[in-house]
Design a protein around this ligand. Structure first.
Ligand code: GAR
Length: 192
């Protein structure tokens, strides 16, 4: 069974959905650890409640990105992790780290990439008054929200949408496509 680490920074709803689907047998994987770069976030509570070991590697205690990524890499090795799943992990990883895990490191982004990369994709799409946006799951490369697409779906912006209703539809679609994408990746059915 492939061993999964989740990297999180916030509310952890995507991670929670993935762990539940692993527990129900829908995804064949072993969720061995959830690592947060921030202490006290909701994602840590959610992982613990689902019986997944949690670790905080606080980025503020590392002077450089390289040192943080080294600690992260050591933790992943210690736990013999096969695949690394970013779920609302809001740190850019260094090129060395990304190279080592290339093809085994995936991310979800709440936009139809390459449109609206970055930390505020839903708001950026809303402010740009686009007619459609979307959701993307992709292999992580050394760019920000770049890398080969695994699955991608469009979400129309409706005339009666508010930012909140659009956000809700995007998140529901995330909860649908991230499990599908993770299944493809852990089964070796898709590679970058
Ligand atoms: C998700 O919408 C995810 O797509 C987004 O952060 C949210 C995390 O929510 N990620 C990015 O914007 C990455 N650039 P969650 O912690 O509840 O899963």
């Amino acid at each position: 069974m492939k061993r999964i680490a989740f990297l999180v920074s916030g509310s952890g709803t995507n991670m929670e959905n993935l762990i539940k689907r692993i527990r129900s047998g829908e995804i064949l994987a072993d969720p061995v650890i959830a690592i947060s770069n921030k202490p006290g976030v909701k994602a840590l509570e959610k992982a613990a409640a689902l019986g997944v070991k949690t670790i905080v590697i606080d980025h503020k205690t590392y002077a450089e990105r390289e040192a943080f990524d080294k600690a992260l890499g050591e933790c992943l090795e210690k736990h013999k992790v096969d695949f690394v799943v970013l779920a609302g992990f809001m740190r850019v990883l260094t090129e060395g780290f990304v190279k080592k895990y290339y093809g085994r490191l995936i991310n979800i982004h709440p936009a139809f990439l390459p449109a609206f990369p970055g930390a505020h994709a839903i708001k950026d799409a809303w402010d740009a008054k686009v007619k459609e946006t979307g959701v993307t799951v992709h292999f992580v490369d050394s760019g920000v929200d770049t890398g080969p697409v695994i699955l991608q779906r469009k979400v129309p912006v409706l005339s009666n949408d508010t930012l909140e209703t659009l956000e809700a539809r995007i998140h529901s679609l995330e909860y649908e496509i991230y499990p599908q994408a993770l299944n493809l990746v852990v089964a070796g059915k898709i590679k970058p």
